[in-house]
Design a protein around this ligand. Structure first.
Ligand SMILES: [Zn+2]
Length: 317
């Protein structure tokens, strides 16, 4: 098991609360419209890991509905629509290496849970990969930002007789050791988001690789330690020859969460999440990188533009 040194991300203070004023609402993107990128010697494709609905109030924490509802429509139960965006990363010349980042919610839900979250168990990462002729046995590595069910649920699948098996039987699964330890202790404020059925089959197949903080995960792919949503949360930086792309995970779930106070009620440490958010936005702005958002249903790929003391997100690369 490989490991690498932990470096502190650094913290600074922010005094300005920022509220975005513009209004935008678009229909959900069809599968075929999910973008792909050539970063230079590295191809990144956005793949659907399904979608779900969560309470709008919980998704926007302290932000009043009068503000968040300008950008994010809610249904009659006050739920908002979220995508579970995943990535397929392939490097030129890296023989046999095919990397999946994030796995979405998977398909292990009973009728009650499917109804509560409005999850379609038939719409998850594996059928999305099959739709582009990618076989799960060809995936060499899977990287997850953290182990909540809507990110790690696709790691395993129903294998018959109620037993879950790894979805990607030949893949090494990379996650921060801190997140792994917290998940196995069910550390958090949500009682049912860390699920053993998503972990035990990976234990049995001995496919975990536990990361110790920041640094390279694979050639061209780095871990950024971005705590706040969970203590062991990581964001994933992909370095092409020409550009970088960052998969932020739950640091910034949707475009509407760009502002400093736009935390989720699910975030365990909101101030730490704000620091993580500042760090990734500043870095991407300086490097002209692509920001890829995990739960954004409309415009998952965004540019980071300076906006006073903070940044705003604009659709496109
Ligand atoms: Zn989460």
């Amino acid at each position: 098991m490989q490991s690498f040194e932990f470096r502190n991300a650094g913290h600074s203070s922010l005094n300005t609360l920022h509220a975005q004023r513009e209004t935008w609402c678009f229909p959900e993107l069809p599968l075929s419209a999910l973008p792909s990128f050539d970063l230079g010697g590295c191809r990144v494709r956005v793949i659907s890991g399904g979608g779900l609905k969560l309470d709008g109030g919980a998704m926007f924490g302290i932000i009043p509905k009068a503000l968040w509802s300008r950008k994010t429509p809610s249904d009659e139960q006050n739920r908002i629509t979220l995508a579970c965006n995943c990535l397929l990363v392939e490097f030129d010349g890296a023989a046999g290496r095919r990397v999946v980042i994030e796995t979405g919610h998977g398909q292990k839900f009973d009728a009650k849970e499917s109804r509560i979250y409005e999850i379609d168990p038939a719409n998850w990462l594996l059928p999305s990969l099959h739709a582009i002729d990618v076989e799960p046995t060809t995936i060499s590595d899977v990287i997850v930002t953290h182990l909540h069910f809507d990110h790690a649920g696709g790691l395993t699948m129903n294998g018959g007789a109620g037993n879950a098996t790894p979805t990607f039987p030949r893949a090494t699964v990379h996650v921060q050791r801190h997140e792994f330890d917290d998940a196995r202790k069910n550390f958090g404020i949500m009682h049912a988001t860390y699920r053993e059925e998503n972990f035990a089959p990976i234990d049995a197949a001995d496919r975990w690789r536990l990361l110790e903080g920041e640094g390279p995960i694979l050639p061209g792919i780095e871990a950024l330690r971005t705590p706040g949503h969970t203590r062991g949360h990581q964001s994933i930086l992909i370095r092409g020859r020409d550009r970088v792309l960052l998969f932020a995970g739950d640091v910034i779930p949707t475009r509407a969460h760009a502002g400093p106070p736009y935390n989720m009620a699910y975030d365990l440490f909101p101030l730490d999440n704000r620091d993580s958010k500042r760090r990734v936005l500043q870095m991407l702005h300086e490097r002209n990188g692509v920001l890829l958002l995990g739960h954004e249903p409309q415009t998952p790929a965004l540019r980071v533009e300076q906006d006073g003391e903070w940044w705003r997100l604009e659709p496109g690369e």
